[in-house]
Write a protein that binds this ligand. Structure first.
Ligand code: NAI
Length: 324
């Protein structure tokens, strides 16, 4: 048996975590031969609820779980963490402006960035799920100067998975038949789900669907899917978000053949300005991701990529004072 790895999860008593933690404990993220130590972080008011989660984890008697740490101290929860899934965040309250939300979360993610910097494994892989995810990841990264900026990523895999299914259903194919689908930019309604590069069962996707469906149905459906789930379920997407977080971390850690979408530090690829966390097409191998180069960008795509880049730059400006 391998040595256990330490997995920190914040917002451990929340909705997403109620699915996420149990699937990680069952081996869905790192495989059936990788023991884990779960290090769960919550705010003090939610520690009793987190204790309930820990009781249930214990009651599952998961063979892969070697230990469970539950804490309201980020320095404890991130200690020696090999993986950190930052799920907990401040939801938008009544009367809260977008700027207030950015600021409230900026305070959380700057503190968590510092704790990761001081206590986590030097190789920690960080995934930010809590919204606004891209900018929260930027704030955490800027507050962790001893870690590489590339260790901080944000989740657009749920958007990617949503888009895969929409396209597969429209073309009467399976998600496994879809290649080179890309989510560009921010995990928000400005994201650009791009099928211009995409093949379905080996054929160019844009030859299989109407342009009108692509522009006026597919793109807004993927962009607005979170709101549609809330309307239907009366609660936000939790199981699908947890599943996407597992996909993101599994592929990053263990590699995968497919092109997937991850929000990572922009490095100038595709003309996107450095200094923001932007979703790109990536390939993962050997515990590393690399932005896939060489996709042709037409004028339609460029405009959409620019719009979501602009939003990320505005978010960055709003929290500039916290970026260290
Ligand atoms: P939730 O409200 O059920 O759970 C959040 C938990 O985080 C709560 O238990 C809360 O006490 C905890 N928390 C708040 N501040 C914390 C802190 N400083 N440290 C540790 N824990 C803290 O929310 P849910 O449904 O689990 O969603 C979590 C986040 O994920 C939200 O921001 C949501 O918008 C975001 N999300 C992101 C998606 C993506 O694709 N990137 C998809 C779906 C949700």
């Amino acid at each position: 048996m391998k040595d256990p790895v330490r997995i920190a999860i914040t917002g451990g008593a929340g909705q997403i975590s109620y699915s996420l933690i149990f699937r990680i404990a069952a081996g869905d993220m790192l495989g059936p031969d990788q023991p884990v130590i779960l290090q769960l972080l919550e705010i003090p008011q939610a520690m009793e609820a987190l204790n309930g989660v820990v009781m249930e984890l214990n009651d599952c008697a998961f063979p892969l779980v070697h230990d469970i740490v539950a804490s309201d101290d980020a320095n404890v929860a991130f200690k020696d963490a090999d993986f950190a899934l930052l799920v907990g965040s401040r939801p938008r309250g009544p009367g809260m402006e977008r700027k207030d939300l950015l600021e409230a979360n900026a305070a959380i993610f700057s503190a968590q960035g510092r704790a990761l910097n001081d206590y986590a494994s030097r190789d920690v892989k960080v995934l930010v799920v809590g919204n606004p995810a891209n900018t929260n990841a930027l704030i955490a990264s800027c507050n962790a100067p001893d870690l590489d900026a590339g260790q901080f990523t944000a989740m657009t895999r749920l958007d990617h998975n949503r888009a895969l299914t929409q396209l597969a259903q429209q073309t009467g194919k399976h998600v496994n038949d879809v290649e080179n689908l890309i989510i560009w930019g921010n995990h928000s309604a400005t994201q650009y789900p791009d099928i211009a590069q995409c093949q379905v069962d080996g054929k160019p996707a844009l030859e299989l669907v109407e342009r009108d469906w692509y522009e006026n149905d597919f793109i807004p459906t993927v962009q607005q899917r979170g709101a549609a789930i809330i309307k239907a379920r009366g609660a936000s997407s939790a199981a699908s978000a947890a599943s996407a977080a597992i996909d993101h971390m599994r592929d990053w850690a263990l590699g995968c053949d497919a092109v997937v979408s991850m929000a990572v530090p922009a490095d100038g690829s595709y003309g996107i300005e450095e200094g923001i966390i932007y979703s790109f097409p990536v390939r993962c191998q050997g515990g590393h991701y690399a932005i896939v180069q060489g996709f042709d960008i037409d004028a339609f795509s460029r405009e959409k990529m620019q719009a979501t880049e602009n939003e990320l730059r505005e978010e960055r400006s709003a929290v500039a004072h916290l970026l260290g």
